[in-house]
Design a protein around this ligand. Structure first.
Ligand code: IPE
Ligand code: IPE
Ligand code: MG
Length: 267
């Protein structure tokens, strides 16, 4: 019998474009949660004598490719660091341009999220964002809430320390209300107050642009995360590089404090 020819969107592009790389990925050991610090848009633009915003705009194509390849390899949660607490200190013009790019992205991609069953979420102090942006984000979150495909998590007005402060505040409030005592405060309770309470901690965090720091990203959650750094600027980070990062991750030995022998007694 003749096989159905899949329509273009249903083709696994990662496999079709990079068969050798794709074959090296063990589907049973794909990181469940990948975080990405999308850095280097400004420098990418500078090198070409373009305004910085052109770099941000170009970076959206990388977002598209990374979201698609994450789905294609079977990542469950993808958290993209799009705007940090510290980024509020940038020139107003750049912040406005970023917010408008974000709105444009949501409007354009919401149908794609429906098509692929992507669940859209945000983490961070949403209250800091402009009202029209907030409304759009909420709409996307609500409309996609029931999907169980990839969780696309955008970190916006996000700071790891702020997140921990918010979590501690809520615990202190509960203590003041007599709901909890000091002996009940443990790691699990604190984890449950983080923005990421219902998703696993990131297995892998990728940072582009050659910087070797985490810039306040998922501080609490990344205690045992594997870190992957690449000199590539974000607008040049596409499917192939994402697949390479997954392959690299799969070559790591995650010991969580144990000895190698404890992990593999046969050694
Ligand atoms: C990352 O690119 C995007 C955001 C932080 C919003 P940058 O804008 O930080 O680019 P560089 O680091 O200046 O090259
Ligand atoms: C980190 O990039 C934040 C995001 C990617 C959103 P930055 O460019 O803001 O980080 P620093 O200032 O170089 O540490
Ligand atoms: Mg930067």
């Amino acid at each position: 019998m003749e096989k159905d020819i899949p329509v273009a969107e249903e083709i696994n592009q990662s496999e079709a474009l990079y068969p050798d790389l794709f074959r090296r990925i063990d589907p049973a050991a794909v990181p469940a949660h990948v975080g990405v610090i999308m850095d280097g848009n400004g420098r990418w633009a500078n090198r070409r004598a373009f305004p910085r915003i052109r770099g941000h705009r170009e970076g959206v194509h990388s977002v598209d490719e990374v979201v698609a390849s994450a789905r294609e390899v079977g990542v469950r949660v993808l958290t993209l660091y799009a705007f940090s607490m510290e980024n509020w200190r940038r020139p107003k013009m750049e912040i406005q341009a970023l917010m408008s790019l974000l709105r444009e992205y949501i409007v354009k991609k919401l149908p794609v999220m429906h098509q692929h069953g992507i669940r859209f979420r945000t983490i961070g102090r949403a209250g800091d964002l402009p009202l029209n942006t907030r409304k759009l984000l909420r709409k996307a979150e609500q409309e996609t809430a029931a999907y169980d495909g990839l969780v696309l998590n955008l970190a916006l007005s996000y700071g790891g320390r702020t997140e921990i402060v918010d979590a501690v505040r809520s615990l202190v409030q509960d203590a003041a209300d007599g709901k909890i005592g000091p002996e009940q405060v443990d790691e699990a309770l604190l984890s449950a107050r983080m923005y990421t309470a219902d998703v696993p901690d990131p297995d892998l965090i990728i940072r582009t642009s050659g910087e070797h720091r985490t810039s306040n990203f998922l501080l609490w959650q990344s205690a045992y995360t594997e870190l992957y750094f690449t000199p590539t600027f974000w607008p040049d980070f596409k499917r192939r590089e994402f697949l390479e990062a997954i392959v690299d991750f799969q070559g790591r030995e995650r010991r969580f404090g144990l000895t190698g022998k404890q992990l593999k007694p046969s050694r």
